[in-house]
Design a protein around this ligand. Sequence first.
Ligand code: ZN
Length: 308
Amino acid sequence: MSAAADEVQIVEVSARDGLQNDPAVLATADKLELIRRTLGAGLRRQEVASFVNPARVPRMADAEDVVAGLAGDAERDAWSLIGLVLNTRGFERAARTRIDEVNLVVAASDAFSERNQGMSVDAAIRYALEVAPLARAAGLVATVTVSTSYGCPFEGEVPVGRLVSIAERLAAGGVDEIAIADTIGVAVPADVRERTAAVRAVTGEVRLRAHFHNTRNTGYANALAAYEAGVHVLDSSLGGIGGCPFAPRATGNIATEDLVYLLERSGVRTGVDLDALIAASEWLGGLLGRPTPSLVSKAGGFPSGAAA
Ligand code: ZN
């Protein structure tokens, strides 16, 4: 699943990052409907579940049921479904399901890592480098997301050198993909250019991916900066919903429909049906009991010129 120079592969994360901190609690059947609607719009690679301790993240307690619920769909083989895994135990759960990929997490700050995963950054790197080969041996794609790559809610600025040394160790350990994540939405495009180039310099052929939150309204500019820096896999969430239970005041992911509009109007193909996304975003707003934060879902796509 690689992308050409004028293409971006969007990884849809609404069912996981989007919902895990939402005030609304969705039934498994509603999650499945969300996933099917976005898959139907062309978002074939999705993070759909989190194999974390249900006591810590109750909204993700149905991970196994979500994956099983999609197993019989006619198009299932065309999809790549991702499960978030924060420790070895989580991987063992994920490996018993029909998940296609695991997303492992290494934070770039110890304070965040301790709160999010109950381990130091060093311990998280060791778990990632232990689980990634197991995942690959089981036929699963292994991504490592480096969270708080730009800044940490508890420690502030994350030094570029620390991010680079983490990425270097991960790449040397043989992961398929490294996602550079602005978990708390502090980055600006100059940061994205600097850090992407610095990471690229030490990660060789490992595919890079980027994950932005629009907390300070810089998420879309950052996504475009990442694309222009050569990152052709971008995460986003339908409607721009999302947060993180362990990152105070972290707000939504960049919205998939806004990202698709931005990219497609810039001549970058996404393979996603914008009208279907807008309809799905409106449906999701109804389900959550409030309009989603995205703007394209309210304004619509580029005017057709047909209006009198
Ligand atoms: Zn996120």
